[in-house]
Every structure is written in C-alpha cells, then in structure tokens.
Design a protein around this ligand. Sequence first.
Ligand SMILES: [Ca+2]
Ligand SMILES: [Ca+2]
Length: 191
Amino acid sequence: MLIKQGARHGRDYFTGQVGFTCWPDEMLTSLIAHQTDVATWDKDLVVATHALLVAGPDTVIEAHKDGVGEAPIRPLLDNRECLFWVRKIRGVTEPAVAEMLRIARGWAAAKIEYDTWAVMMGFPSSDQDGADGKPNPYNDPDKLFCSELVFKLIKRVNHLLEQPLPAEVLAWPEGFVSPDKLFDFPIWEQA
Ligand SMILES: [Ca+2]
Ligand SMILES: [Ca+2]
C-alpha cells in the first residue's frame, strides 16, 4: 500500500508517475529480489520487483501475467501486503505523460516476457547486468516485461522532458532493466 490512509489522485499519486511494488511475503517477489539485488534484499530492505505507469485516478498500465494492459490501482493502494510507491520522472511534462499513455495503450495487446516459470529459472537480470552495454541475448523485443515496458515509454518521450535523460541511462540495454535497476537510475525527482 501507499503509506497514506485513503491515498488520493492529485495529492498522493499522479497520472504519469511510475509506480513500484514489492510484496515482501510473496514468493515471486522474493525470487525476483534475489536475482536482481540480493545484497539489498538480504538486509531486509525493500527491492522494487514490479514497475508500472499510473494511467489515471483509477488505473495503472502494466505488463502483468496476462500481458500488457490496464488494471485497477485500488488493490495497490489498499492492500497492506503490497508495498507500493510512486516516482515522478524528472522534467516530466503534460505532453510527455499524454504520449506515454497513448503509446502504452497501443501496446495493450503485447505479450508478457516473463512468467513465473521463467523467474524461477533465473531469467531476470541482476543490477550489474547491462553495464557493458551489450544487449540481453534472451530479451525478446516483441514481448515486454514490466520494467522494460516502463523504460521504453520513458525513452520514447525523452524529447518531451524538460531535462533529457542521462546518456548512460539511454544507452542501458532495455533487456537488462529490472524494476530495481529502473528505480536506481538517476531519473527521478527528489521526493
Ligand atoms: Ca522484451
Ligand atoms: Ca538496487
């Protein structure tokens, strides 16, 4: 949950913000956290294991188990088993948000890249993978995993941001952008 009782759109979360989740007691969260940032996870700290885009007062757009699509935001805001937090992209503008939503809705039929089985096989990348700039050979560009979706959207609207994305972020291979990696990028407004 967002640690605000009765979180409200326009006050506690905004359309166009990027949301992250972590379900500390869920097996899939734990597997992804282990594979992407075990050092942080082992300190009992929070690791982002899912990323999405806030699409409006009531919905998010995300790559979830059934594919890419719009889903209700309420369960994320209210469920105390889910840690949910939002970040504002630095220099984001209204045209950038509108364009991200337009593109994301066009991708609504895209297939999800990872299923539970793939995660169990260790498919997600660690926060070190991708540093050499080489693409992830296992990444299928026609399928999207959650943070790949969000990262692609942010890159697509780089020209609409007041402050362009850092070069090293633009160069990072999309197939290696785990939710944790996305969260660690220096692209967020300070809370
Ligand atoms: Ca992909
Ligand atoms: Ca990390």
